[in-house]
Ligand binder design. Structure first.
Ligand SMILES: [Zn+2]
Length: 314
């Protein structure tokens, strides 16, 4: 199967990875709805100071994309899927007449890096945390007993960094910060301080449960800790571009952090009581939260299983 790796499709890929692991590994996660690239519509939202957010709503295909337009070049955050480049490229061209000099990958998942080659061919330098390049440069199971091939060299980050980095074009400055393992072990968040725009990548999902890549060292505790860091950086006027979901603010991020804490506390209590993953799922302990946060019928169970796996003693 195709290595679909967005907030929804990623769970399928993760489940596929589990499926080819050892017999002691837990069962595949419940599947997310299939992608519908053909009907994806890219929507452009101005954030002020010549910074724009692009999302695939209403289908919400791929991760959100941000482009900060300077006078001599632009800085792009995330590239979504290759399959939506035919709509994303003209949407960017409609607001930016300058070349995209830098493309920042917030992490390695395909719904954020799938379009890398398109923008690299246009001259963008791909920038990411060190671990993003390492993970992208591996052969990965494709879920059908085969191997997802290593991406072409042009799709890989060329400039990588360990902790922080600042990128500039004339009129725009992007501050990059690495977060300790949270969604993956290569997460970057990007702050455009002049415009007070914060791009979180998949450290934050607006109005929905997050995907967490436990196989890449992500976990619920790391997500909670990273939300605290982001909340410290944000003020009441900060425009927060989540990895998935609508444009958000500090209040929305606070809700998300509180939801993660509630889930963590409930799951840890069950683990301490000796309950198995299936027992916890059968007890439906997120029923009240699912009404607000479950973005598809299986999302509640999927997130609960991910939470359990990241919180149980390893
Ligand atoms: Zn992701």
């Amino acid at each position: 199967m195709r290595m679909a790796t967005d907030a929804l499709g990623w769970a399928i890929a993760f489940a596929a990875c589990i499926g080819v692991a050892t017999a002691a590994e837990p069962p595949p996660l419940p599947a997310a709805p299939a992608q519908t690239f053909a009907t994806a519509v890219v929507r452009t939202t101005p954030l002020g100071n010549n910074i724009f957010m692009f999302d695939g709503s209403p289908g919400n295909i791929g991760g959100n994309v941000t482009v900060a337009v300077g006078t001599d070049g632009a800085i792009m955050v995330d590239a979504s899927y290759a399959e939506v480049a035919d709509r994303l490229v003209p949407a960017i061209a409609a607001v930016s007449k300058v070349p995209t000099r830098y493309l920042i990958d917030t992490h390695y998942h395909g719904d954020h890096t799938g379009g890398n080659a398109t923008y690299a061919r246009q001259g963008a330098i791909i920038v990411a945390h060190d671990n993003v390049r390492t993970r992208m440069d591996m052969e990965m199971p494709n879920g059908t007993g085969g191997v997802r091939p290593r991406p072409p060299a042009e799709a890989l980050p060329i400039v990588t960094y360990p902790n922080t980095m600042t990128l500039r074009v004339d009129g725009q400055t992007a501050e990059l910060f690495h977060m300790p393992p949270a969604h993956t072990d290569g997460d970057t968040y990007v702050y455009f301080r002049d415009a007070n725009v914060l791009c979180t990548g998949d450290l934050f999902f607006s109005n929905r449960y997050p995907a967490i890549d436990v196989a890449a060292k992500g976990g619920v505790e790391g997500m909670i800790a990273s939300a605290a860091v982001l909340l410290k950086l944000a003020d009441d006027k900060t425009k927060i571009v989540p990895g998935h979901g609508p444009l958000a603010d500090k209040a929305k991020l606070t809700e998300f952090r509180n939801m993660l804490i509630a889930v963590r506390d409930r799951v840890k209590k069950r683990i301490a009581a000796g309950d198995s993953e299936d027992t916890v799922v059968a007890a439906n302990i997120l029923a009240d939260l699912n009404a607000k946060w479950a973005q598809d019928p299986m999302a509640g169970e999927r997130f609960l299983r991910i939470a359990y796996r990241s919180l149980r003693p390893q």
